[in-house]
Ligand binder design. Structure first.
Ligand code: SAM
Length: 291
């Protein structure tokens, strides 16, 4: 029997409310109604709230996925990143607000300090969210997006197509795809896997998101390899921007001192919106006339 969007909303809310341990929001049900009706936005849904729901089977199947605990972003296939709707599936990490912070800080810093940015790489690109946002701000830059996994890069590519962003994807381990092609960067940005304590990862994340995007036995391994190979992959003047874990400042400081010429670089650790140390920025100048 036909039912209106309002009926479906009430039914879904009643159904989900039975499960005391389930955390869900009305906005998630609205989002699934928008999707099932193929509406553009919330305003359109409210306008048609007392009209028949177009695809009830699809809607209630998705409500069932929410009941199972699946993140809404995988159910809808989209996640917000600034003003973008990034396509996601279970092969890629859902973009996080902390990563918006990394991207925003990097863009602002490049603009404010006039940092060269002709060639940029987003290493460990996942959904490609960072790379697309950088391309939007620096349309004339050559932007590379790299990841170890083919099925991850498929998602990144579909986002690049969606936003008609001319970004070059390269498959391979850490810096290898760049070094093997003799690509030299002005800017390297990366949000690599960095969590080394399983207990720091929420159960829902463990169950649904790709573990190889988050967990790594040695949490500073990626940064160490970036530091170790910086002369092979970075130009003489360079900027590196990393998302890091809240407890890595001491170890990373040790590694920076080990791998860089401290007379040639400046580095700083920055906190995220949750007041946790979350970013590391390194600015280098190895050119002849630098001190
Ligand atoms: C924390 S996620 C970041 C995804 C995306 N950049 C973001 O910020 O939302 C880390 C990414 O690193 C990729 N990755 C894992 N191991 C890798 C490796 N050895 N080399 C390159 N990429 C790797 C994963 O596939 C995943 O997409």
């Amino acid at each position: 029997m036909a039912q209106t969007n309002r009926d479906a909303f009430i039914k879904a809310k009643k159904f989900l409310s039975q499960f005391k341990d389930l955390e869900f929001y009305d906005s998630e049900i609205y989002l699934l109604l928008i999707k099932a009706n193929n509406y553009l936005n919330f305003t359109e849904l409210i306008k048609h709230f007392d009209e028949n729901l177009v695809n009830p089977e699809y809607f209630f199947r998705n409500i069932q996925r929410i009941k199972e605990g699946e993140p809404i972003q995988y159910v809808t296939g989209e996640a917000p990143f600034f003003d973008l709707d990034i396509k996601v599936n279970s092969n890629v990490l859902i973009p996080r607000p902390e990563t918006e912070g990394l991207t925003k800080f990097t863009i602002d810093y490049i603009k404010k300090e006039n940092i060269p940015h002709k060639v940029i790489a987003d290493v460990c690109t996942g959904s490609g969210c960072i790379a697309i946002y950088l391309k939007k701000h620096f349309p004339d830059s050559d932007i590379y997006a790299t990841d170890k996994y083919k099925d991850v890069l498929e998602v990144a590519k579909s986002n690049f197509e969606k936003y008609q962003a001319n970004i070059i994807t390269l498959e391979g381990n850490r810096l290898e795809p760049l070094i093997s092609r003799h690509i030299r960067l002005d800017v390297l940005i990366s949000n690599p896997p960095y969590v080394e304590k399983m207990e720091d990862i929420e159960d829902k994340v463990k169950k649904y998101e790709p573990l190889n995007a988050i967990y790594i036995q040695d949490g500073t391994k990626f940064y160490e390899s970036y530091f170790k190979h910086h002369k092979e992959v970075m130009k003489d003047k360079f900027f590196m921007a990393f998302e890091i874990n809240y407890d890595q400042e001491e170890k990373l400081t040790f590694l920076i001192r080990n791998y860089f010429d401290l007379n040639k670089i400046q580095y700083k650790f920055v906190k995220d919106i949750f007041d946790k140390t979350r970013y590391l920025f390194i600015k280098g100048d190895y050119s002849e006339n630098s001190k």
